[in-house]
Design a binder for this molecule. Sequence first.
Ligand code: FES
Length: 189
Amino acid sequence: MDDSLPLKNPSPLDNRLPLESPSLSRRQLLNFLTGAVVATTAGLALYPAAKFFVPPMEGDEGSGILAKDKLGNPIPARQILAEPPGTRALIAGLAGEPTYLTVKEDGALDPMGIVDNCTHLGCTFPWNSLDNQFQCPCHGSRFGPDGAVQRGPADRPLKLVHVKVEGDMIWIASWTEIDPRTGREPWWV
Ligand code: FES
C-alpha cells in the first residue's frame, strides 16, 4: 500500500487510546495519522466559514499551508474528495497539527477544519461515526461534528481552521474570525 495515502475507515476501536493516557508526543501524533486518517459518518452539522483566505504562498507570515500526509507530502484534493460524504480525513495542518477535514453531503470539502487536539488536556481523539461525535479517550470529553462541546470535562470548543480547495491543492489557514459555535472571538486567538 502507498504510505502517502490516508487509510480509510479505521475502526473506532483501533484508534482508541487507554483512559488516562497522557498527551501524545509529536512522533506519536504522526503515528496516529497512520491509523486514523479517514473516518466516515452520516449526518453532519456544518457551519459555513465566515470567509475564505487567499494564501499568497505557503509559509508566508499569516498565509495558509498545504494539507499534508504523515510523510509531509501535500495531499491531492481529489484523494480526499473521492471519499464518500461524511468522511473525516485526518491530515497534518498548521504547525503539523493533526486536523480533520470533512467531506460534505454535496461532495465538497467543509471550509471548516477541526483540529485534533482536545481542549481539556490536549489528547488526540477519533471520530465516532455511530455516535456522530469526536470522542476523547483520555477523560471522556465529547464534541459534536462542528467541534462544539457536548460533554466535559473539556469546556471549550475544538479549534477551527479554514480549509480551501484550489485546483488539486488543499490549503489550511488560521481561523481568526468569530467562532460560529459561540458567536465570540475564538479562544485560541
Ligand atoms: S484530554 Fe481530557 S478529555 Fe480530552
